[in-house]
Ligand binder design. Sequence first.
Ligand SMILES: Nc1ncnc2c1ncn2[C@@H]1O[C@H](COP(=O)(O)OP(=O)(O)O)[C@@H](O)[C@H]1O
Ligand SMILES: N[C@@H](CC(=O)OP(=O)(O)O)C(=O)O
Length: 553
Amino acid sequence: MAISFQMGFQGHAAGFRRDSQGSIDLPSNRKYATEFEHVKICSKRRLFICLQRRSWRICCRRGASTLVRKEEIERRNADRCEEQLSILMKFGGSSVATAERMKEVANLILSYPDERPVIVLSAMGKTTNKLIQAGEKAVNCGVCNVPGIDELRSIIDLHLKTVNELGIDEAVISGLLEDLEQLLKGIAVMKELTARTRDYLASFGECLSTKIFAEYLNKIGIKARQYDAFDIGIITTDNFTNADILDITFSTVAKTLLEDWSNSHEIPVVTGFLGKGFKSSAVTTLGRGGSDLTATAIGKALGLREIQVWKDVDGILTCDPNIHPQAMPVPFLTFEEAAELAYFGAQVLHPQSMGPARESGIPVRVKNSYNPKAPGTLITKQRDMSKAFVTSIILKSSITILDIVSTKMLGRYGFLAKVFSIFEKLGISVDCVASSEISISLTLDPSKLWSRDLIHQELDHVVEELEKIAVVHLFQCRSIISIIGNVQCSSLVLEKAFSVLRENGVNAQMISQGASKVNISLVVHDSEAKDCVASLHSAFFENTNGFNHEASP
Ligand SMILES: Nc1ncnc2c1ncn2[C@@H]1O[C@H](COP(=O)(O)OP(=O)(O)O)[C@@H](O)[C@H]1O
Ligand SMILES: N[C@@H](CC(=O)OP(=O)(O)O)C(=O)O
């Protein structure tokens, strides 16, 4: 964009350079851009005054930092009025962990000038963990000691520091911070933290981050409005800590957000992770990482063109980078592949998040807010599978295997039905199954089903029930390695996977292939699992002579 701008000495000293179109590129050190957005504390006074008189504001356009007229931002606001909301941008905790990160995210939003986005945010950084830890401490610490709980202090410090660094009024969050302390005192008085209270407690994280961010957007000239998901019609089951979104959500959310948008043209900034219980009307949460699900649910409700999920990695990777640092981005995935990957434990996506996107056919793009230029991963209904072989390897550790063999007290036909009716009665879901007429092996993820102190007791209970009809062996400390790949190549995938296991001297204790056939799961001992993943990754992705490389969707 061509602009004329008298750049004084300070501007040159700060490293600003004019390019051939007249745009002024900011120095690569983004600190300057930030300083000029928060001019109150800016030491580059002369340049700041000049900027203010001419009504310039700083924003980031398509990755290159440029100065953009305030009028231009107003024009964009006006353009937004004429059109419907177009995309959804969800930013996870790592993307909004500090004031600096929030500024980067605001710049990212500005770098999509032609879109009218809905924003979904998670809690800042590790706030959710700290809220839960504070709640657990409050149970035993006594009311007087609540204000001194380390995690509470750290949550208050982080949020106050953030509003101060963003130059917004502390009043935006002071009421919420007071309520939070009161809630923790209530937990201390009651000496218990129920699942319902835990969800209410966790909700403070998203309420705080969205209030701060919406206020900041308004401050820099982008009209925005904060929404609590439980007030706009995200209606869920009353299954606290792991609630499911109910279908009524789609029409209620659409009504609220679209009506407000057409009246006020303010970008909605919505709390991820939260909902409202259908029967209880209390705040619920969608399970850890649930903001991804909020994003796809709102995307479906509004019929948006694209759902963007911004993380701290270059998209979905070939495996967890914490397990194997050579993990590389997967450019394209189908909803089915992404759902399997999420369900089998890839932390990067919430297990249920692909549902609403798949039902509505809206593409999901997973991007890196720390590296926006990276293409990320595009998840769509279909993709060209001709060059696809294996897309990723997922590891889920600390699972339990149950080997169940019929005592023949039941007829052959009744055995499997009876086994699954026991799981249904106990409300237990199973990950992998391998079965014959009279025996069945299956895997459970106890940490998802029961709290740590209940795991042993609950497992004993399951075994006791099953022993009424079968001989049961229970094996703990096992890992599921799931290989997500092309159904057409499953024999080749199995052949290669087994030769890797053989080279590593590892015996698979169970093998299972889902009905979708995109996933082959192998169960090994926890102690062997990480080395197996590294060797499988190396065999499928690092020494492939280009065999496993994909270029187009
Ligand atoms: N296959 C994978 N691809 C990408 N990231 C993965 C994968 N498996 C595990 N991860 C982890 O997931 C993290 C991103 O997920 P998450 O922390 O939930 O993001 P956010 O909080 O930004 O929504 C990454 O930092 C990475 O450590
Ligand atoms: N804050 C919630 C919800 C969430 O989705 O977080 P993130 O996007 O940072 O994974 C959690 O920590 O579980």
